[in-house]
Design a protein around this ligand. Structure first.
Ligand code: OFO
Length: 172
């Protein structure tokens, strides 16, 4: 049986993850309209992964017989400026999510909730990767400056990203 505080915090994180999916989907549309389909592809896959992150917590709550509460998802922006500005936003957002995950880990520790503590370790590792990916793209964009040809080369690279669903659909 999960502690009520933990259940509430995990339900809030479900919302954070769905918001992440919304944010990246909105960015994906923005980049497609800019003519950068590779960036758009990368972000649309990112959005799918965020949905998986939400569903993994959703399944975890249900597997513990806890109530799932789906809060309203806030509206994401629809304009993101230059590619550098957009990926600055991605990195900033992932840093925010890392902070949320760390707070959940702290709460699990405080409540001596070992199962949730263990469950959250997947997210701790995932966030290292999420920040690294965002930083890598941001660094490339900063490096190329205004060189359009280089931008299209990055776009071609990002077009190669394929979606890999989580094994066992995020079930515990
Ligand atoms: Fe981007 O890792 Fe979930 O939110």
């Amino acid at each position: 049986m999960l502690n009520e505080k933990m259940i509430n915090a995990l339900n809030k994180q479900v919302n954070e993850e769905f918001y992440s999916a919304y944010l990246y989907l909105s960015m994906s549309a923005y980049f497609e309209n800019l003519g950068l389909k590779g960036f758009s592809n990368w972000l649309s896959i990112q959005a799918q992964e965020e949905r998986d992150h939400a569903m993994k917590i959703f399944r975890y709550l249900l597997s513990h017989g806890a109530n799932v509460k789906l809060y309203e998802i806030k509206e994401p922006p629809s304009e993101f400026g230059t590619p550098v500005e957009a990926f600055n936003e991605v990195l900033k957002h992932e840093q925010h999510i890392t902070k949320c995950i760390n707070e959940l880990v702290d709460l699990a520790e405080e409540l001596k909730d070992r199962p949730t503590y263990n469950f959250l370790q997947w997210y701790v590792d995932e966030q290292v990767e999420e920040e690294e990916n965002a930083r890598e793209i941001l660094n490339m964009l900063e490096l190329i400056g205004d060189q359009k040809q280089a931008l299209f080369m990055i776009d071609r690279e990002l077009a190669k990203r394929v979606y890999t669903p989580l094994t066992n659909g995020g079930e515990e």
